[in-house]
Design a binder for this molecule. Structure first.
Ligand SMILES: [Mg+2]
Length: 350
């Protein structure tokens, strides 16, 4: 579907592993004071400081986690970084470094790897993160990317999943479901393209959905927004697998239940219209879509006045005693038990 406009094709074998590492990392600069030594030695050196260190890692496999027929390599690089940073922000931390490890088959040229790293570099610049190391190797089939993000959090200010309290309010940033619908649009266009390669897709009505799928952003801003409001969340998680799954993580680990209100779920107008077109239930999409990379958190009920009406945040429900379980309150006032049915790559048939 995406035409390869890059006519030049340099084989990776021509450069060798060290040549490749030098080539793709020469334009990366380090910005964080905690980065003492980045790429170029046996290991990177980071300043430990008095803060606590956050470490999170992700492994992405072609055909399981991404499809290069509609995911441009630059976007893939950007998204792979952003999804890792999102986990650092979900701990109330600041991301400062990443390592990137890559395995590619000989199907990929140097120019393709340059595209991937252009996306990685853009994410590093956007989020003020330093690339400090990694590895590249060959794979017999396809592409594998593993990214580790390293961050800092002020001592004892990390926000965990297991500390939500009964009566806390449940809050989510931004809106939900758009990335999932973006994927549906792209999958549909891929099928159309298979039948008629000359068909030019008209994606004008889906720009927000596709952007949320192909170029998601992590909520680096939320920690600052909450600090300004003098709010410290009681628990927090990022929405990667779907709101429902994330609520299960918080409730199970905190030993609480929750009530979430259908009419409070934040939906973009493009989500509502695409749901009508695809004959999908917008509430199901918001609950189970995933890949939103928004933050879901709980705050003490005493913080209600500080957070209500804030355009960045939607109060979607409240925490209840554990024995009440996880409930969705529909627009008609009905209580429905929530299921953890977020997107699970182990179930996906590609
Ligand atoms: Mg997460």
């Amino acid at each position: 579907m995406l035409e390869d406009k890059n006519q030049q094709r340099t084989s990776l074998a021509e450069l060798g592993e060290f040549g490749l590492i030098n080539h793709i990392t020469k334009y990366f600069k380090t910005e964080n004071l905690s980065t003492i030594k980045a790429i170029g030695d046996d290991a990177a050196v980071l300043d430990a400081s008095e803060k606590q260190t956050l470490v999170t890692t992700d492994l992405l496999i072609e055909g399981v986690h991404f499809d290069l027929s509609y995911m441009p390599l630059k976007h893939l690089g950007y998204k792979a970084v952003v999804t890792n940073l999102s986990d650092v922000y979900a701990m109330n931390g600041v991301a400062e470094q990443i390592t990137v490890s890559l395995a590619v088959s000989n199907r990929f040229s140097l120019e393709a790897i340059e595209e991937l790293y252009a996306g990685i570099q853009l994410a590093c610049e956007t989020y003020n993160v330093d690339l400090i190391g990694g590895d590249t190797t060959s794979s017999t089939k396809g592409m594998l990317i593993s990214i580790t993000a390293i961050g800092k959090v002020i001592k004892d200010e990390a926000v965990y999943r297991n500390t939500a309290k009964e009566t806390d309010l449940i809050v989510v940033t931004g809106d939900l479901g758009a990335a999932y619908l973006g994927l549906q649009v792209l999958e549909r266009e891929k099928q159309v393209f298979k039948v008629d390669p000359n068909n030019q897709p008209d994606l004008e009505n889906y720009t927000y959905l596709i952007e949320r799928q192909l170029k998601p952003e992590a909520r680096k801003d939320v920690a600052g927004l909450l600090k300004e409001l003098e709010i410290k969340p009681t628990s927090m998680i990022d929405v990667s697998d779907g709101l429902s799954s994330e609520l299960f993580h918080i409730c199970t680990q905190s030993k609480v239940g929750c009530k979430v209100y259908e009419d409070k779920l934040p939906l973009d107008p493009q989500v509502i219209s695409a749901c009508e077109e695809f004959e999908l239930d917008s509430t199901m999409v918001a609950l189970s879509g995933g890949e939103d990379y928004e933050l879901l958190f709980t705050v003490a009920i005493a913080d209600f006045d500080k957070i209500k009406g804030n355009p960045h945040f939607s109060i979607i429900g409240h925490v209840t005693p554990e024995n009440q379980g996880l409930q969705l309150i529909t627009r008609a006032g009905q209580e429905i038990g929530l299921k953890a049915q977020g997107w699970n790559s182990l179930d996906r048939q590609d």
